[in-house]
Design a protein around this ligand. Structure first.
Ligand SMILES: Nc1ncnc2c1ncn2[C@@H]1O[C@H](COP(=O)(O)OP(=O)(O)OP(=O)(O)O)[C@@H](O)[C@H]1O
Length: 428
């Protein structure tokens, strides 16, 4: 250990203290985790879960274990050094993250997880503190509780920090799966939008209660197996209807809400795997900078109001996905102010509803997406500009390309302020 000079302490966890240090031979900055418990044999060290897992898991989104050293019965892990953890990033954040930032974090977390799960491990303690960040790069850390998927249940030992703990673990299932990591990802995704935890339980019972206050109390239609778990009788104390996630996370897009809802499914079998989550439409967007309506010329003049609008109305298409989108070229039909769809969408300003075709170089159409299982009437037509969903000619349409996410398209408007015919958009 004389090769390492400690600079300062950077973390104090349950199992170890973490220090920033530098390697005097290489001048490299590293993180040294000094385990709190004493070790007497090298075999004990190498059989630790953290060592076993990290030896095998080499991935850009998993923190790299460089070395393991034992000295005077003390065990040290030498890791690549990361600037901070996601908990600090969230805590210090004054304004909400952009959806692009959140997407960037999530892709990396999911890629790390997908790799880990594919290689037979699940983490069991995913939380913002265990996601390390340097310059926008996220790496999963703290494999102290990692388990091999092939290891046999019952899993009875302590698992995961309460706020991110999956309901099957709270209800004392002894045979949980990697889906517990997916629950944690859903809670973290919500937290990235609101900057506060989605389920901040103060005890195990309160944790279940907090989950019920968001998702509603489950019943056998939602989660059959859950009804038979040892602590499922707790549910009889809280009969709570589900909240609308849009109210709780108002800055999230429809796709983000849909992903959170799927990840935080009561039933672990309904949660997408990490690999499936990466296919979710939340990640399938192009960069599009909306032009505010009031910047567009002529839109507020009497002259333009007198002109017909070109309106895209997806209700005109069949409801069969293949019928709708097979080699779809959007059909546009003229309509007139006062009779257009905008008037049928309550409580939305014109600015919120209308989408302009003035992006001459943008080969795209704009779609708000809603989960296929949600009645159209439940969903705001276009809650904000942020929720315009862009599909370009390169990308496949979500839900129709083998993606596990069936999303239906919500009718929307596409107004041509300049009255030139709107470009037709080919999706395939
Ligand atoms: N490689 C690293 N680079 C920078 N900081 C790190 C690194 N590894 C850990 N840390 C910091 O130290 C903290 C504790 O580390 P870690 O989670 O590995 O310890 P632990 O004892 O297993 O914690 P826990 O209480 O979560 O089980 C992390 O939250 C992080 O802030």
């Amino acid at each position: 250990m004389e090769r390492y000079k400690i600079i300062r302490e950077i973390g104090d966890g349950t199992c170890g203290n973490v220090f920033m240090a530098y390697n005097v031979e290489t001048n490299e900055i590293v993180a040294v985790k000094k385990m709190k418990r004493k070790f007497f044999q090298w075999e004990e060290c190498v059989s630790l879960r953290e060592v076993k897992a990290l030896q095998k898991l080499i991935h850009p989104n998993i923190v790299k274990l460089k070395e393991v050293t034992m000295e005077n019965h003390e065990l040290f892990f030498i890791f690549e050094h990361m600037e901070c953890n996601l908990y600090d990033v969230i805590r210090e954040r004054q304004v909400a993250f952009s959806e692009g930032d959140i997407r960037n974090f999530m892709v990396q977390i999911l890629q790390g997880l997908a790799y880990m799960h594919k290689n037979g491990y699940f983490h069991r303690d995913l939380k913002p503190e265990n996601l390390l960040v340097t310059n926008g790069i996220v790496k999963i850390a703290d494999f102290g509780l990692a388990r091999e998927v092939s290891s046999s249940p019952p899993y009875t030992d302590y698992v995961s920090t309460r706020w991110y703990r999956a309901p099957e673990v709270l209800l004392q299932s002894s045979a949980y799966t990697p889906a517990i990591d997916m629950w944690a990802v859903g809670a973290i995704l919500a937290e990235l939008f609101t900057l506060s935890p989605l389920f901040p339980g103060e005890s195990e019972t309160d944790q279940l209660y907090k989950i019920c206050t968001v998702l509603g109390t489950p019943d056998c239609t939602v989660w059959q197996e859950g009804m038979n778990l040892p602590r499922s009788s707790s549910f009889k104390y809280f009969q709570i209807p589900p909240r609308n996630l849009w109210e709780l996370i108002p800055n999230a897009s429809l796709e983000a809400i849909d992903l959170i809802q799927r990840l935080c499914s009561w039933d672990p079998r309904r949660r997408p795997t990490a690999e499936q989550a990466l296919q979710h439409p939340f990640f399938n967007v192009c960069n599009w900078v909306p032009r505010p309506v009031h910047d567009a010329p002529d839109t507020k003049t009497n002259e333009s109001k007198a002109h017909p609008k070109l309106e895209l109305n997806l209700w005109d298409f069949s409801t069969e996905p293949d019928d709708c989108f097979l080699d779809l070229t959007l059909s546009l039909k003229p309509s007139f102010p006062g009779t257009d769809l905008a008037n049928h969408v309550p409580q939305r300003t014109e600015e919120e509803i209308l989408l302009y075709s003035g992006f001459e170089n943008t080969p795209a159409g704009f779609w708000p997406l809603v989960p296929s299982d949600r009645p159209i009437g439940d969903v705001p037509a276009m809650p904000s500009w942020q929720q315009a969903y862009m599909v370009d000619s390169q990308s496949s349409l979500p839900g129709f390309s083998g993606s596990p996410f069936g999303l239906s398209l919500q009718p929307s408007l596409l107004e041509n302020h300049s009255l030139a015919p709107i470009r037709q958009v080919n999706f395939f």
